[in-house]
Write a protein that binds this ligand. Structure first.
Ligand code: SAM
Length: 267
C-alpha cells in the first residue's frame, strides 16, 4: 500500500537553499541541449545574455565554446557557486563569462547582445504574465536589431495537475562537505494560479545522523504554447521558430519541450 504523505504548506523560498546541491542534481549542460544553444548562438552571434544563469550550468560550457556570456540571477548563493565554477576554468573562458546579481524583469546592463535566453524552465518561475512580459521587454531592450530572444520551458500536460511525492537518495556525496544528501519532493497543483508547486527537502547525513535540512519551495506556471507565443508577440518580437525538442522538431501537443525563438524587429 502506498504510504499517505501530507505535503507541507507551500512557500516560495527563492533558490538560495538549492545552491549547495544544484550541481549534484543537474550536472553541466551537454548533448542535445547544449548543441541547441550553440546553434542558436551561431545563428544570432556570440554575445549572449542568459537570464536566471544559476550556477552556470549552461553559461560555463557556452563560454568555453567561445561565446561571450553575461549571466544574471537573483540568488546570491547560486551566483556564488557559478563564480566558484568560473574560477576553475581557463583564463580565456573566465574572460568570456561575467556574472551579475539582478532580476530578469528589471536589470539594466550597459551592453548589447545578439541573443538573450531564458533556459531550463526559469521563465516559468516568474510570478505571472505581467512579469513574463516585462522580462521579454527587458530582453528586447538589450538585444541588437534582428537579434534573438529565446525561452525554453517544458510542455505542460494535464498530468501536471496531479499531486505527487517522491524520495530520492543521492548516489553521490556533497563534495564540499562529504555528507550524504537525500531529497524528498512534494508536488501540488495550485488551481487558482494554474501553477505546479514543488517543495524539496534536502537532508544532509553524517553516517546515520541528520546534521542539516534545507527546504526549497518554487512554483512553475503551467503555460501553453499559444500563451508563450502571444507574450512574444506582445513584447514586439517576431516568431522565428517554435520547437518541441532540443533536436529542433517543430512543436506538437506531445512534445517534451516548448522552445520559442523570437527576433527583434529592425529599428
Ligand atoms: C532552475 S534554476 C536554472 C538555472 C540555470 N539557467 C540552469 O540552466 O541550470 C532557476 C534560476 O532562476 C533564478 N531566478 C528566479 N527568478 C529570477 C528572476 N526574476 N531574475 C533572475 N533570476 C531568477 C533562480 O535564482 C535560479 O538560479
Amino acid at each position: 500500500m502506498p504510504r499517505l504523505v501530507t505535503p507541507p504548506p507551500f512557500r516560495e523560498t527563492g533558490y538560495d537553499p538549492a545552491a549547495q546541491v544544484y550541481d549534484l542534481e543537474y550536472p553541466e549542460c551537454e548533448g542535445a541541449e547544449l548543441d541547441f544553444w550553440i546553434t542558436e548562438g551561431r545563428r544570432f552571434g556570440p554575445r549572449l545574455l542568459e537570464y536566471a544563469v544559476g550556477t552556470g550550468r549552461m553559461a560555463i560550457p557556452l563560454a568555453r565554446r567561445g561565446f561571450q556570456v553575461i549571466g544574471v540571477d537573483t540568488s546570491a548563493a547560486m551566483l556564488e557557486r557559478a563564480a566558484a565554477r568560473r574560477a576553475s576554468q581557463s583564463r580565456a573562458t573566465r574572460a568570456r563569462l561575467d556574472l551579475r546579481r539582478g532580476d530578469m524583469r528589471t536589470c539594466r546592463l550597459s551592453a548589447t547582445f545578439d541573443l538573450a535566453l531564458v533556459g531550463f524552465n526559469s521563465y516559468l518561475l516568474l510570478p505571472d504574465r505581467k512579469a513574463r512580459l516585462e522580462t521579454l521587454q527587458n530582453a528586447v531592450a538589450h538585444v541588437r536589431p534582428r537579434g534573438g530572444v529565446a525561452v525554453d520551458v517544458f510542455s505542460a500536460t494535464p498530468l501536471d495537475a496531479t499531486p505527487d511525492h517522491e524520495e530520492v537518495e543521492f548516489l553521490e556525496r556533497d563534495p564540499s562537505t562529504g555528507l550524504r544528501v537525500t531529497r524528498e519532493r512534494f508536488y501540488t497543483y495550485d488551481k487558482a494560479g494554474h501553477r505546479g508547486c514543488s517543495t524539496l527537502i534536502y537532508r544532509y547525513y553524517e553516517g546515520p545522523l541528520l546534521v542539516n535540512e534545507r527546504r526549497l519551495g518554487y512554483s512553475l506556471a503551467l503555460v501553453s504554447r499559444d500563451e508563450v507565443v502571444a507574450e512574444f508577440v506582445e513584447a514586439g518580437l517576431q516568431i522565428d521558430a517554435v520547437y518541441g525538442s532540443y533536436g529542433r522538431q517543430p512543436w506538437r501537443d506531445d512534445s517534451p519541450n516548448l522552445i520559442v525563438v523570437g527576433r527583434t524587429v529592425a529599428h
